[in-house]
Design a protein around this ligand. Sequence first.
Ligand code: HEM
Length: 403
Amino acid sequence: MSASIRPADLHSIDEETADSTGPAWRWLPELARGHRFLRWHSSVVVTRYADCRAVLSDRRFGNGLRAEIGAMPDIDPQFVERRRRSLLLEEGERHTRLRRLAIPALRPRNFERFRPAMAQVMNDLVDRVARRGRCDAVVDLCNPVPISVICWVLGVPRREAEFFAEVAEASTALFSGDPGTVPAAMAATEKIDSYIGDLIERRRGKPGQDLITDLIAAAEAEGGSVTISEVMTVITSLIVGGTDTTRNQLAIALHCFAERPEDWERLRRQPELVPNAVEEVVRYAPTAYAMKRVTNEDVELDGLLLPEGTPVIVMSTLANRDGSVFPDPDRFDIERTSGHPHMGFGWGLRSCVGSVLARAELSEALTVLSRRLTGLTLDGETLWSRPDTIQGPVTLPLRFTAV
Ligand code: HEM
């Protein structure tokens, strides 16, 4: 690319197309073909795998969600400050500290013990719809999963699921940038902070076999330099970061398989394929289809000049379809082996800290579902959410025979 290209010179994604034609992974790869950078509203879109990786590893690109929340009109500055302390929104050294605390507690070894509970959650949900032979998978099979699992992982009673679900929903809604979501998000922040604060106090007195106990241990291993308020921040970020993403990705997986009965049947016959199938779903149709950044200073990306404050979208949907990295990229192939990690869980400085848990949840869910729901097919129109930070079905009618 020659020097001095400006964002305004880039090809713009037609806004009507973007808002009306279903999930991004269906229409965007075709539309973006041949474009290294695009424009979408006021943002610059990065499309290629190598460029996406470079941006996600570069500190000159700050957190776009953080910037958006700060710019919302009439928002209480104290609330903004408090929300910004979250792992999802924090930056710089404080962000690194929070990740250092979270990552050891979220390693694979700590989740193996929860796998039977994850399978149990899914089996209970299937039991409820088995006789009907049809359901709305979003409501009946997917929405309850992450919150039920987080109850197990935090070692709190299942009756708290509704409370966590409300908090997660109100907090995630804020990421849409709609000022109308602020009052509910503020109330949710109050409630969850106080609940988690109490829980930490209780676990400090009486350790358990749960993630809170692991996080307190990780904080203590840092020699007292990590505060309890940081532990609290990490736990709340996990509830918020792990709910909408997981339930949407599971619903997307079911949609992919309802359209591909032979793959579904293969999963039932060969459950050892499930972990690879999970990777393929997240590559092919990532719920976190776009990651928002903003330039902290003037940046030049191989001839493209991005002035300080330019919103940038790292389009994982497109990076995951980069043919130089994933051969035959538009083909859904549950046996794909590429050697390159996809970007459905992000990359670099802010990559998903919960990916181990998410992968375990999706694998357990698909193992149970493919074993118990045979003849899975679509049973009406799937309605999709509008493109926001994440995307997925709002309604997914399915038909099946349950065993
Ligand atoms: C299928 C499910 C999931 C998907 C697709 C997903 C995807 C992602 C992606 C793409 C990012 C990077 C965002 C960015 O760079 O702007 C991210 C970050 C994050 N995820 Fe996940 N995630 C999932 C599940 C989870 C779970 C289960 C947890 C918690 C237990 C979690 C916690 C987080 C947190 C705290 C961050 C922020 C990390 C940071 O900013 O340093 N996620 N996730």
